[in-house]
Design a binder for this molecule. Structure first.
Ligand code: GLA
Length: 362
C-alpha cells in the first residue's frame, strides 16, 4: 500500500526526519494506510496531521489526492503561523485578554494575538513534542503532559490524542484529558482542507458547504465573542441548506471585519453524537465530499482569510482562501460565558475530558 504514497509525502518524510527540531532532535513521523489506499501522515511535534491522501476516481482511474494543506520542512513548520494540521490546546480559539476565573481564583494566560490568548498562548500544544506511538497500521496515539501553570493554565493536564484511519476513509481523532486541579480544556485539530487538491492553486471558496447550525457567534474585530448567539436565518451564515462558500461572500459586516468566515457555529444538539454530520463539504467538481462528525458543541469555520505567505509543501506559498478549516471545539471565550448552554470547558480532577471528531471522505 505504501506505493500509493505521493512523491511529496515521501519527500517530507525524508527531510522532516533529518532536520532538527527546536529541541535538537529530528521529528518523528508515522504514516497510516488503509486497504483503500488512503494515507495519513502524522508528526510527533504538535501531534500534527501532516498529510491526507484520499483515493479519488478521475476518468475511471483512481488517483490519490492530497487534500490537507501542509509544509514539507521543519523550518516551514515553525515559520508558518496558521497552525496547519496541528493539535491545538490547552484552549483552542480565543480567551479574551487571556483572563478567566475559576472557583474564585483569577488566572492570567499567555497573550499572543491582539491582546488575547489564541490557541493556548505563545507556546501552545502545536509546538510541543508529543510522545508518539504507532498502535497498528491504521492507528497512532500521542500523549503530552502539560504542567501546572503551563501558559498560565492551572493543573497538570495529561492529554492523549488518538488518530484512527478506518476502512470507510475516515480519520477519527479522539481527545482525552485528565487534570489534578480544576482547569479549562478545549482541544481541536487545525487542519485546512482543499478537496480540489491542497496544492492545486485553486481557492476553497467554490466548495459547497452545509453546517447543521441554527446560530452563530458574532465577534468583535479581534475575534472575541460579543456575547449573544445570533440566528443564521436571513444572514450569510445560513448553511443549513448546502450553498457555495462564496454565495454570500462578505455580504455583511460580521464577515467583512474578518475578511471572510472566521466564526463559530453552535451545533444542533442532535448532531453532537458524532453519528450525523455536523458539516458536509463538496468539491466544486463533485469529485470528493468530506463529512465532519463530532461530539463537540461548536465548530469554527475559518476560510483561510490570512493564509497568504504561509509556506506550502511544493516550495511556494499558499494564498488567502487556499483552504478552509472546520475546527470542532467549545465556543471561544467559554470560560468567561458560563451562561452559554453546553459549553462548559471546565475540567475537574474527578472528570474525564473525552471528545471525538471524525473527517470522512467519500
Ligand atoms: C483560527 C482563528 C483564526 C486564525 C487561525 C490561525 O481559526 O480563528 O483567526 O488565527 O486560527 O491562523
Amino acid at each position: 500500500m505504501l506505493t500509493h504514497l505521493p512523491q511529496h509525502a515521501i519527500a517530507s518524510h525524508q527531510s522532516m526526519t533529518v532536520d532538527m527540531a527546536v529541541d535538537g532532535l529530528p521529528a518523528k513521523l508515522i504514516t497510516l494506510v488503509n486497504q483503500q489506499g488512503m494515507s495519513v501522515t502524522l508528526m510527533d511535534i504538535g501531534a500534527t496531521w501532516l498529510s491526507c491522501c484520499v483515493p479519488v476516481i478521475v476518468d475511471h482511474q483512481t488517483q490519490y489526492r492530497e487534500v490537507l494543506l501542509g509544509v514539507s520542512t521543519l523550518n516551514d513548520f515553525y515559520q508558518q503561523q496558521a497552525y496547519l494540521g496541528a493539535t491545538v490546546g490547552r484552549y483552542a480559539n480565543r480567551i479574551a485578554v487571556g483572563k478567566f476565573s475559576l472557583d474564585g481564583e483569577d488566572y492570567q494566560l499567555s497573550i499572543n494575538q491582539k491582546g488575547n490568548c489564541l490557541h493556548g498562548g505563545e507556546s501552545g500544544f502545536n509546538h510541543r513534542r508529543w510522545q508518539m506511538q504507532q498502535v497498528n497500521a491504521t492507528e497512532a496515539q500521542f500523549s503530552l503532559l502539560s504542567a501546572d501553570g503551563d501558559m498560565g493554565f492551572p493543573g497538570n493536564l495529561q492529554v492523549i490524542v488518538t488518530y484512527t484511519l478506518t476502512e470507510n476513509n475516515e480519520l477519527a481523532i479522539r481527545y482525552s484529558a485528565e487534570t489534578d486541579k480544576p482547569t479549562v480544556v478545549n482541544l481541536t485539530n487545525h487542519g485546512y482542507f482543499n478537496l480540489l487538491g491542497a496544492d492545486s492553486d485553486k481557492d476553497c471558496l467554490s466548495h459547497q458547504l452545509m453546517i447543521n447550525a441554527d446560530h452563530y457567534l458574532p465577534t468583535d474585530s479581534s475575534g472575541i465573542p460579543l456575547g449573544k448567539f445570533k440566528t443564521v436565518e436571513a444572514t450569510s451564515f445560513d448553511f443549513r441548506e448546502p450553498k457555495l462558500i462564496n454565495q454570500d461572500w462578505l455580504a455583511d459586516s460580521d464577515q467583512q471585519q474578518a475578511q471572510g468566515y472566521d466564526h463559530s457555529f453552535v451545533l444542533r444538539s442532535d448532531v453532537r453524537r458524532a453519528t450525523t454530520a455536523c458539516a458536509t463539504i463538496v468539491a466544486a467538481d463533485n469529485s470528493l465530499t468530506m463529512d465532519v462528525l463530532t461530539t463537540k458543541p461548536a465548530m469554527q469555520l475559518y476560510t483561510g482569510n490570512f493564509l497568504a505567505g504561509c509556506p506550502n509543501r511544493i516550495g511556494g506559498e499558499y494564498a488567502n482562501y487556499s483552504g478552509f478549516a472546520l475546527e470542532t471545539q467549545f465556543l471561544p471565550d467559554s470560560p468567561n460565558h458560563p451562561e452559554w448552554p453546553d459549553n462548559d470547558s471546565i475540567l475537574r480532577p474527578s472528570e474525564h475530558y473525552h471528545h471525538l471528531t471524525c473527517y470522512r471522505f467519500r
